[in-house]
Ligand binder design. Structure first.
Ligand SMILES: [Zn+2]
Length: 436
């Protein structure tokens, strides 16, 4: 579809059914989502006032943007909302709790907030409005999954945290605006959602070994667009609006999937832990790559590992490593050793459990792996859309040293208590980083 052919076209697809309360999961149960309105149109120019006033009433609205997004969309949104509506422009805002608290004070006169921007502006508005007990909506300027989640990713006293906050009332996507954003941001959004396959397999693995509550519903939602998005990723380079809409829906559904099950398990497992490890320990050598770009590369590594272990003819043989606090003190420093040791203890399979599992897996390997094999993609299938879009494919493409990336693969299992393929691989002596 060429731009300008049908500016009013509704690209919401399954999102419309969700917002209207018409969507049913595979068992026939309806799904409630915490967002009242989602619009995805070729352009929203001229519709902003009606969309925002319908959700937030006729009180005072403060549109929050940064200097870039003000020029791209913020000024237009403010002017089209009209009435009692002003703009607050943040200068080089940082994603910190301090900035959000300042923003709360700066917007105390407003009844509701409207974020115009990307992850930073959106999360600052999400958290500031949450603190103030006010509603907010968002007009994104790049695709990502943060707009439909209820958590804010902000740094607090130097540590990046995912803070409980609240959902937007409205998410309003103007595809022409998104089509103008740099290819790198589009590729980062794509790379951040290809992890559906690795996260789902890891979550199933965690359910199998530890009884972690699992839901298929987030994946029923993501199934609508995955195949066509992957097959047409090359058309993102020419900003084809159908494919841009497919990416936007997938990002939105990724965020909503976590919101409806109340955990980030559906879209954040080993591949995200590797990316977080890179951010936590790269220090000055961090090449400044984006979260999504790192997740895409890590997804390929984890996908290779999952395929190698879970598609093998014979099960791995688990051995309890019994890592103690001294191990974690050597690896992460004495100050943090207890925290890492507790994280490991929460999910480690001890000697008795290892023995029990080895017996079970030897007898039932095909049955055990069947649910995972049914949903996992090959690394080639995951690589195809990333290659087609021109996204980074390797640690070298990202600019990370190969030895440090290998360390991230080995160490990622220790930074979170989530059980993933990295735990099974390492405890079975199969974490050979040279081939990932
Ligand atoms: Zn992510």
């Amino acid at each position: 579809m060429k731009r300008g052919q049908n500016p009013g076209r509704d690209y919401r697809g399954v999102l419309r059914e969700l917002v209207d309360g018409d969507w049913r999961d595979a068992s026939g149960a309806p799904l409630r989502i915490p967002i009242r309105a989602i619009e995805v149109r070729e352009t929203l120019d001229g519709a902003e006032g009606e969309l925002v006033r319908k959700l937030h009433g006729n009180g005072k609205i403060c549109v929050v943007c940064d200097s870039t997004t003000e020029a791209i969309l913020g000024a237009r949104v403010t002017s089209n909302i009209g009435g009692d509506c002003g703009t607050l422009i943040l200068r080089n805002p940082k994603s910190t709790v301090d900035t959000a608290e300042r923003l709360r004070g700066q917007t105390r006169h407003a009844d509701a907030l409207v974020a115009v921007g990307s992850g930073t502006v959106s999360d600052l508005v999400k958290y500031a409005s949450f603190l103030a007990g006010k509603s907010y909506s968002v007009f994104p300027t790049s695709p990502m999954n943060a707009y439909t989640t209820g958590t804010a990713s902000l740094t607090d006293t130097g540590i990046k945290r995912s803070l409980p906050a609240h959902n937007a009332r409205g998410v309003f996507v103007d595809l022409q605006i998104l089509a103008g954003c740099p290819q790198r941001l589009i590729n980062s959004a794509l790379s951040d959602v290809v992890c559906r396959t690795t996260a789902q397999v890891d979550w199933l693995l965690s359910r199998a070994f530890h009884g972690t509550p699992y839901s298929d519903v987030p994946y029923q939602l993501l199934a609508y667009d995955e195949e066509s998005l992957f097959a047409n990723a090359h058309r993102l380079r020419e900003r084809d609006l159908d494919v841009m809409a497919s990416l936007v829906r997938t990002c939105a559904l990724n965020g909503l999937g976590s919101a409806v099950v109340g955990t980030t398990h559906p879209g954040s497992m080993a591949e995200h832990m590797v990316s977080h490890y890179l951010d936590m320990f790269a220090g000055d050598a961090h090449p400044g790559t984006l979260h999504g770009e790192q997740v895409g590369v890590a997804t390929l590594s984890i996908c290779r590992l999952q395929n190698r272990i879970l598609r093998a003819d014979a099960p791995p043989v688990i051995r309890f490593a019994n890592l103690d606090e001294a191990f974690f003190a050597r690896r992460f420093g004495r100050d943090n050793a207890a925290e890492y040791a507790a994280c490991y203890a929460a999910k480690a399979l001890d000697a008795r459990a290892a023995e029990k599992w080895n017996t079970h897996l030897a007898a039932h390997w095909d049955d055990f792996t069947a649910p995972m094999r049914a949903v996992m993609l090959s690394a080639e299938e995951v690589a195809a859309p990333l290659t087609a879009a021109g996204a980074p494919m390797s640690p070298q493409d990202l600019g990370f040293d190969a030895a440090f990336y290998a360390e991230a693969i080995r160490g990622a299992r220790f930074i979170r208590d989530r059980f993933t393929i990295l735990d099974l691989a390492d405890d079975s002596g199969l974490l050979d980083t040279t081939t990932l």
